[in-house]
Design a protein around this ligand. Sequence first.
Ligand SMILES: Nc1ncnc2c1ncn2[C@@H]1O[C@H](COP(=O)(O)OP(=O)(O)O)[C@@H](O)[C@H]1O
Ligand SMILES: [Mg+2]
Length: 351
Amino acid sequence: MRVNSSRLGLGVAVALAVMAAIFVADTSTDYAVAAAGFYTVVILAAARRLSARQLMVLACACILLTLLSFALSGFGNYRVGLINSGIGIVTILVTTYLALKMEAARADAQEAQARLLRVARASTLGELTTSIAHEVNQPLAAIVTSGNACQRWLAQAPPNLDKARQAVERMLDDARRASDVIVRVRGMTRGQAQQPYAFAINPAIEEVLSLARAELERHGIPVTLELSEELPPVFADRVQIQQVLANLVLNAVEAMSATPPGRRSLRVGSARAPDGQVRISVADTGTGLPATMDDQPFEAFWTTKTDGLGLGLSISRGIVEASGGRIRATNRAQGGAELVFELPPAPGTSA
Ligand SMILES: Nc1ncnc2c1ncn2[C@@H]1O[C@H](COP(=O)(O)OP(=O)(O)O)[C@@H](O)[C@H]1O
Ligand SMILES: [Mg+2]
């Protein structure tokens, strides 16, 4: 916060200094040049940091300064001065208009990107629905079983209270399991973009895999976890990173649909990269990536599936790079693909 406000203060000071310099030049020259045109530099530099209204106020201030210079120089060479001031003012107006347009377009693009992210998250969760429903159903079914048993223990004469109590304990455990799943799903669906913060990557990986467990079991895919215990927390948006992981796992599942059941396997690992970043990898024994140009799978709408959207990897790359990391895909020597991404460790934890 403090860094931001002191940088803002510096920016304002620089802008004022530049404006003062232009003003002096504009006032003291004999209007051989439209010095006022240089105010556009200030307007362009400020465009990203100011609101539309603030930018218009700034433009008005520049125009007033231009007129003031004209007046202060005693209307020296009146006609040339008038023309150059006019040119300066028109330049300021046109620049302000274009800067406002540009900022509006940038805001629109950002909004569209955010909407796309939400759609993609919903579709990732959509693909996981069956798996999630199964995860909730299992404990619910177990609760019914334990409930029936409990009733039987109580109906005995005399009632077996010990057994009944054990059954109730199992019911409570299962209820907690079901509600944990809901909490995890809720965590992954939070609509708004979040702020990055420091979190441990391993539990985040395990949560995604537990939501996908039924899907993995349904396809007969055993999972090997190779999680390093000596990792610093990473600094990123946890929900988005889980979305990346879910995308990679679902891609791996789809890539292994043609692999004979006995040879399917998924390996998910976390490790420390030599440069200190935290490396997360998802390796499968599927078809491998099609032989294409390097980065093609990461392009938006590039897909080899008849019902694919081609957004999973492109969005994953966007998320990882926005977090200051990188992502790449390689084919493994023994067949199958490996997707690897790296995230920066939380500040002050790289030791
Ligand atoms: N684990 C993988 N194994 C093989 N190919 C993959 C794998 N992951 C991604 N791909 C390739 O990259 C393409 C793009 O993936 P993605 O962006 O997730 O879109 P979609 O899954 O909708 O096709 C896939 O269509 C597929 O050809
Ligand atoms: Mg995909």
